[in-house]
Unconditional design. Structure first.
Length: 201
């Protein structure tokens, strides 16, 4: 349920935004308590609850830093949405994903999307799809995938960007480069999301 933001709520939202921008992650309850000049965690929790109820943020259960600013939250403080830069993925042989606490402004034209992040591509296995070494791609978390989607997939600790393919009862990760081999989908293949835009270099 969306509602009008108060001055105190806007101040809280601004502190959360600054923490993402400067530190790469949301503030702790202690950080918020100190920055807001309040004596108790409960006062902070009440502000967060009100912001969530009005639709400005989303909170994840089980973590003290589990705060995500929603699109209308950015609008309320007059800021461009931030998107997480998750690290490097392979468009070639699978490579270990590099997790980073870095955020950047959402690319123009994609501000409406939630549950998105940016990864930088390493390798040449997707060149026939126009994805080159050093490109950055925008990934959106998803629950459903169809044949032809370009997906970010994990097997064990390794992550790769490939085309999800269903062909004659077989499913596999297909490179868009004839010099590269397909990757069979196994029991430990997990889809992290699908590509919604190539942002280039």
């Amino acid at each position: 349920m969306e509602g009008k933001i108060t001055t105190r709520q806007r101040e809280t939202l601004g502190i959360i935004y600054n923490s993402f921008r400067d530190a790469g992650f949301p503030p702790s309850l202690q950080n918020l308590r100190e920055d807001l000049g309040v004596a108790s965690n409960q006062a902070v929790l009440d502000l967060l609850k009100a912001l969530e109820k009005k639709g400005f943020i989303k909170r994840e259960e089980g973590t003290s830093r589990g705060i995500v600013i929603r699109p209308i939250g950015y609008e309320a403080i007059g800021k461009e949405p931030l998107v997480r830069v998750a690290g490097v993925t392979a468009a070639g042989p699978m490579t270990l994903a590099i997790e980073q606490n870095e955020w950047t402004e959402m690319p123009s034209g994609h501000q409406k999307f939630e549950n998105v992040f940016v990864v930088k591509v390493s390798g040449s296995s997707m060149i026939e799809a126009g994805i080159y070494d050093g490109d950055s791609v925008l990934i959106r978390k998803a629950e459903e995938f169809k044949s032809g989607d370009i997906v970010l997939a994990r097997q064990g600790d390794d992550v790769t960007l490939k085309t999800f393919t269903y062909d004659n009862g077989r499913t596999y990760l297909k490179p868009e480069n004839p010099a590269c081999r397909i990757i069979p989908i196994t029991h430990d293949t997990y889809f992290l999301g699908k590509m919604i835009a190539n942002l280039g270099k």
